[in-house]
Design a protein around this ligand. Structure first.
Ligand code: PGA
Length: 261
C-alpha cells in the first residue's frame, strides 16, 4: 500500500480532494464512496472549494455511503444518510438522486443489506472509496474480528465505538444506536481504489497495526494490505508509531505516486 505522510489534516484533505477531482475529470460519472466521522471533513471542504472555483465539474459524480445506523428515525440529523447529504452531496451541488446508501430503517435489514450490495454492483462498482479508521482498527463499521470476506450486513457496535461516536449525540452514549449496517470488508475491497485518511495521535496505534502488522481480522483495516490499490494518508501524529515512517516519507511524500488515481 502507499503510505503518504502529510503535515496535518488540512494537507491530507487537500491531497485526497485533488485525487478525487482528478478521477472525476477522467471519469465524470465516477462512483465515489464516502465515509462519515470527523476525519474526512477536510476532504469534503477542499473538494467543494474546487467545485465552487470551477476547477472540476462534479455535476455527474455519484456518491455512495459506507455504513448506516440501524433504527434511527428517517431524517434523523445523525443518520449517515443525513450526514452525507449535508456534508457531501449538498456542498458539491449534487441532487439526492446521485446518492445511494443502505436503508437503515428497513423492516427487513438483511434484505436491505443484500439490496445495497446488489445496487453497488449494478452501478458499476465503487471507483474510489474513502475510509476512516476507528481507534479499534475498524473500517466502515466492521469491528474487530469481522470476516475479511464479509458482505454488507448488520453489525453490533463495540462499546469503544459507541463511546467514540457519542459526541455526535450530545455526548450521550445512550442515544448511540447499538446496531449498524456496514459494507462488508469483502465489499469494500471491491472498490477500485481505497483511500484511508487518519489524523491525530489517537489513531497512531491503529495505523501502525494496519500498515505494519499482519493481516488479521482483529484489525479490520489491515485488509487494505490485500488490495492492489490502497492509499493510506496520515498526518504526522497518526504516523507517529510507524517504524517505517522515514521510508514512507522518502518514498511517497510529494511524489506523484498518486498518478492513476
Ligand atoms: P472519525 O471516525 O473520523 O470520527 O475518527 C473514523 C471511524 O470511526 O471510522
Amino acid at each position: 500500500m502507499e503510505v503518504v505522510i502529510v503535515p496535518d489534516a488540512k494537507a491530507g484533505g487537500e491531497l485526497i480532494a485533488e485525487a478525487m477531482a482528478a478521477l472525476v475529470r477522467r471519469k465524470p460519472d465516477a462512483l465515489l464512496g464516502v465515509a462519515t466521522g470527523s476525519t474526512p471533513l477536510p476532504i469534503y471542504e477542499a473538494l467543494a472549494a474546487k467545485v465552487a472555483a470551477g476547477a472540476v465539474d462534479a455535476s455527474r459524480a455519484r456518491i455512495c455511503q459506507l455504513d448506516e445506523y440501524v433504527g434511527l428515525p428517517v431524517g434523523h440529523p445523525e443518520s449517515y444518510r443525513s450526514v452525507v447529504l449535508r456534508e457531501v452531496v449538498e456542498p458539491l451541488g449534487l441532487s439526492e438522486a446521485s446518492f445511494m446508501g443502505p436503508d437503515g430503517s428497513a423492516e427487513d435489514v438483511q434484505a436491505a443489506c443484500e439490496a445495497y450490495d446488489k445496487a453497488l454492483a449494478e452501478a458499476g462498482g465503487v471507483d474510489l472509496q474513502l475510509l476512516g479508521i476507528g481507534t479499534d482498527g475498524h473500517i466502515g463499521f466492521n469491528e474487530p474480528c469481522s470476516s475479511l470476506a464479509s458482505r454488507t450486513r448488520i453489525k453490533t457496535l463495540t462499546e469503544q465505538t459507541r463511546v467514540d461516536n457519542a459526541r455526535f449525540f450530545d455526548g450521550d452514549i445512550e442515544q448511540v444506536p447499538h446496531h449498524v449496517i456496514t459494507q462488508g470488508i469483502g465489499t469494500i475491497l471491491e472498490a477500485r481504489h481505497l483511500v484511508l485518511l487518519a489524523t491525530g495521535e489517537g489513531k497512531a496505534d491503529a495505523v501502525a497495526a494496519t500498515v505494519e502488522g499482519p493481516v488479521a481480522s482483529v484489525v479490520p483495516a489491515s485488509a487494505l494490505q490485500l488490495h492492489p490499490h490502497a492509499t493510506v494518508v496520515v498526518d504526522e501524529a497518526a504516523a507517529s508509531k510507524l517504524k517505517l515512517a522515514d521510508y514512507f516519507r522518502h518514498t511517497y511524500a510529494n511524489k506523484p505516486s498518486w498518478q492513476g488515481l
